[in-house]
Design a protein. Structure first.
Length: 172
């Protein structure tokens, strides 16, 4: 299986390949490729801003179900949840039970994204991420993202950390 880079929503097959095991090759992005993509980041941010936060939360909840139960595209193939567990276990050397438990943590964060964001923001409504302003208990509050992009470098030995950055997608 070959896993391409996802560049601004599109698969990209790089000349830089890393063979992870006998059956898995991943394409990698060099710093020049990342710099080039950053030139178009405002266009990507505008596309994200055009989607209401409520809709993004709906997408996240639907994606949770797909992540946990569906066969999903993965590179040049598809992958079932059981195959995901097996391949991630082979890649990270984590036991299947731990990978499955981490998969459950990611699922819970995605399926309960509204609750997670409410906890992080002390109940501020999702509309605030669209308008930048909201009223909470009679007080006006504002929200302004500090950046127009998010780069995430994740350790391969702790897949559940993926659940930590998920709210950023809805919070724009």
């Amino acid at each position: 299986m070959q896993i391409p880079i996802l560049r601004l929503g599109e698969d990209y097959h790089s000349a830089d390949l890393v063979e992870l095991n006998d059956n898995l090759v991943t394409h990698t992005a060099n710093p020049g490729l990342i710099r080039r993509d950053l030139l178009n980041i405002e266009k990507s941010k505008a596309a994200l801003d055009a989607i209401p936060a409520e809709t993004l939360a709906d997408y996240c909840e639907a994606a949770a179900e797909l992540f946990m139960h569906a066969d999903l595209p993965c590179g040049d193939s598809t992958q079932s949840p059981a195959e995901y567990i097996e391949s991630l276990s082979a890649l990270t050397r984590l036991p299947h039970t731990l990978v499955k438990m981490n998969m459950g943590k990611i699922y819970e964060a995605m399926s309960q994204i509204r609750t997670v964001i409410s906890g992080l923001t002390r109940g501020i409504p999702l509309e605030m991420f669209d308008a930048g302003l909201a009223s909470l208990d009679g007080l006006d509050v504002n929200y302004y993202p500090a950046t127009s992009s998010l780069g995430v470098s994740l350790p391969s030995n702790a897949p559940a950390v993926n659940s930590l950055w998920l709210p950023a997608l809805v919070m724009k």
